[in-house]
Design a binder for this molecule. Structure first.
Ligand code: ADP
Ligand code: MG
Length: 696
């Protein structure tokens, strides 16, 4: 259906998809499945990729060693295992009278991507192999381009079953024509000018059907910038509001307090720890509540920094709360604090699900009466209607398990506490700027001295016996070890049965002469605590566990770890697990058994074997998972980014951040009329998720 010229811009943009050219009731339903309801949704439904037809060559033109794209039809698919045990996947692609072979080693799972007769394009370096050209590990794209008039770059949209790429391309092209005159600018002129970004009207058609690569780059840059500016404005608003609302107790440091705290530590602090403490002290001395992220790899010594901050609060007669994501970790923190404070007059409380009701009530009364200085607990504490009358500081361990919003929940009634959040999943700077953009960041890069490092191996079934032999030898030398059992399907029942089976087969098999403990998510808090205590006290030599041990457990004598079904763990999780055996004075040994089924899980494992640097792994992880996932709604409570990629677009992100800071500094509520549209976007997109107060 064609739009009459009398329609207003808004009417045009809100045309229901059903009435668009090339769409009827049936396709409308498919489009709605993709979240596309009106014309404007399609305008901003950005391609996830582009098919580049410009570098396509014919095999007749190519020369040895050229990097080219070749289009053709699949004629043969051949998957086999070579004599040396390597899997080889080959496909034969015909182009006219010539043939090109694509070859992949050790990626048998790619087989399912190919079909006989499929039209595809392979991109890579060509080599002559006998009679035919060959490409090793080429990039693959499927080709369909009929029906649209476009340049050499064709958009590739996310699809849903029943909807074809070509159909969607035609629909989007129709909408662009229909809405040509209705598209409005979001940016004020000043922003457009200073950032030298393309206006909306120029960028929108080009982001869908670019004239050439340079136009695509410019068009994309405009929308990436827009998306990141809106996000950064939301974060800047939040920072501004927290600063405005915030009324915290200033906790200045002086040399007497500093000396009293340092006396309690059995070691000298590392340079990074000193730096972090200094940054924290500056924050704590002010009335604006501290809002700081302390990031550092597993074992980098974050806890000591947190203890320092908590003791500073206590020195000022304030209470401090330390929240951990699991019972096990809460207990561990509590024990660390007890050991550290043995000679100090600081009153501790441990509040977890393991407390009896009577105990919990008693503790709550004492805490409310100000008779406890430091409270350690789990998230349960958050929901326990805690009264902390003099709460000066909240430390949250393992930030990534808490959403942006949860952080706000322990804010006391009167004064706002200072906030320190710790994460052992190192976060690339660009990501910190987005997910944690309302936080300042301190980083512990190095490790405390005296660490022995960790060796990581990939085991296969043939090596199992040798590995257990080694494991037993180390146990006899007095070391301890973990066996991490797979999470089967994430349901409690089957996870428990798999870890119990593992326990049974080990205690009746390779580890029968040793004392073996078992810990998993189904156990009660006391049972978990008892299992951990027994392992810590070396009453058990081996601990069979699910990933409940993932976070934080510190057992210096443990230097061995077997990970089963490594393909089921995320990269960050694997790194966390490995962190358990790299904290003590003994070198750590980790063996991962895995059966990767996807290219991604294979890459994850490769990365895990290749590096022990948490920051590097975090970058790889984010790259593998893609920004969509890292910005996942469930985990962080923020809507996903649609076009920006915080790693690839790091520079634009920084520019957007600077611009947002400047705009908010000059006009904290974005009151000037030329910001009206931007502001509306900020509130619509992030108002709820970030709890942006009355700025509407
Ligand atoms: P994480 O950053 O993983 O929380 P922890 O704070 O638990 O790390 O520290 C790991 C181990 O290193 C602990 O046993 C702790 O006592 C020890 N440690 C921390 N700082 C130092 C230091 N400056 N010198 C020596 N050992 C340290
Ligand atoms: Mg820790």
């Amino acid at each position: 259906m064609c739009a009459a010229p009398s329609k207003t811009a808004s009417e045009l943009l809100h045309t229901p998809v059903q009435f668009l050219k090339g769409v009827g009731p049936e396709r409308a339903a498919l489009l709605q499945r993709l979240g596309l309801h009106a014309a404007k949704d399609l305008l901003f439904f950005f391609p996830r990729d582009y098919q580049d037809l410009s570098s396509v060559k014919t095999l007749g033109e190519v020369r040895e060693g050229d990097a080219v794209s070749i289009a053709g039809t699949i004629e043969e698919i051949d998957a086999r295992v070579s004599d040396s045990g390597r899997s080889v996947l080959g496909i034969l692609v015909r182009q006219g009278d010539e043939h090109l072979r694509g070859v992949w080693f050790n990626q048998p799972f790619l087989r399912q991507r190919f079909k006989f007769g499929q039209r595809i394009m392979l991109s890579g370096v060509v080599k002559r192999q006998g009679m035919c050209w060959e490409m090793r590990h080429p990039r693959v794209q499927s080709i369909e381009s009929e029906g649209v008039t476009a340049g050499p770059l064709l958009p590739v949209y996310p699809l849903t079953e029943g909807l074809k790429q070509t159909q969607l391309r035609r629909i989007v092209q129709g909408v662009l024509e229909l809405c040509q005159t209705a598209i409005d600018e979001v940016f004020p002129d000043a922003v457009l000018h200073r950032m030298r970004v393309w206006p909306m009207a120029a960028a929108l058609p080009q982001v869908h059907f670019p004239r050439d690569a340079a136009s695509l780059e410019q068009a994309r840059r405009r929308f990436v910038y827009q998306e990141l500016l809106v996000l950064q404005l939301a974060l800047a608003l939040r920072r501004y509001q927290l600063r405005q609302r915030g009324q915290a107790e200033p906790l200045p440091i002086d040399s007497r307090i500093d000396a009293r705290i340092r006396r309690l530590f059995p070691f000298a602090l590392t340079a990074d720890q000193e730096q972090a403490i200094q940054e924290i002290c500056v924050d704590l001395s002010g009335r604006v509540p501290m809002n700081r992220l302390l990031q550092g790899d597993v074992g980098s010594g974050k806890t000591v920094v947190a203890i320092y901050a908590m003791l500073l609060a206590v020195a000022h007669g304030q209470q401090a709360a330390l929240m951990a994501p699991t019972e096990v970790l809460a207990r561990q923190h509590w024990q660390t604090l007890q050991a550290c404070l043995a000679k100090a007059q600081v009153r501790l409380a441990l509040l977890t699900g393991a407390c009896t009701t009577a105990e919990r009530n008693r503790l709550k009364t004492e805490i409310a009466a100000g008779e406890r200085d430091i409270v350690v607990g789990t998230q349960a504490m958050l929901h326990a209607e805690m009264q902390l009358p003099r709460l000066g500081l909240v430390v949250v361990d393992e930030q990534h398990k808490f959403g942006v919003k949860q952080r706000a929940q322990l804010r006391g009634a009167g004064r706002d506490p200072h906030y320190l959040v710790m994460t052992a999943t190192p976060i690339p700077r660009t990501v910190a700027m987005t997910l944690y953009g309302d936080l300042d960041v301190s980083t512990l890069r190095g490790n405390p001295p005296g660490r022995q490092g960790v060796h990581t191996y990939r085991g296969d079934d043939a090596q199992r016996e040798a590995w257990w032999e080694f494991f037993r030898r180390k146990l006899r030398e007095g070391r301890q070890g973990f066996v991490i059992a797979p999470l089967v399907d994430g349901s409690d029942e089957s996870d428990v049965s798999s870890v119990e089976q593992m326990y049974a087969s080990l205690t009746n098999g390779p580890l029968e002469e040793f004392r073996v403990g078992l810990v998993h998510g189904r156990l009660s808090a006391e049972e978990k605590g008892a299992a951990m205590d027994a392992f810590l006290a070396q009453q058990t030599q081996v601990l069979v566990a699910t990933s409940v041990v993932e976070v934080g457990v510190d057992i210096p004598n443990a230097s061995l770890m077997t990970i089963e079904n490594g393909e089921r763990f995320g990269l960050a999780q694997l790194h966390q697990l490995r962190g358990r055996v790299r904290r003590g004075p003994y070198p750590g040994f980790v063996c991962v058994f895995a059966n990767p089924v996807t290219a991604e899980s294979e890459q994850r494992l490769q990365a895990f074997l290749a590096s022990t640097d948490g920051f590097e792994l975090a970058e790889t992880d984010f790259r593998l998972r893609g920004p969509g996932d890292l910005f996942g709604t469930q985990q962080h409570g923020l809507p996903p980014l649609r076009i920006a990629d915080v790693i690839r677009d790091a520079e634009i992100l920084q520019e957007a951040r600077n611009m947002a800071d400047e705009l908010i500094r000059n006009d904290p509520d974005l009151r000037q009329p030329e910001y009206a549209r931007l502001k509306r976007m900020v509130i619509t997109r992030y108002g709820q998720a970030m709890d942006l107060g009355d700025v509407g």
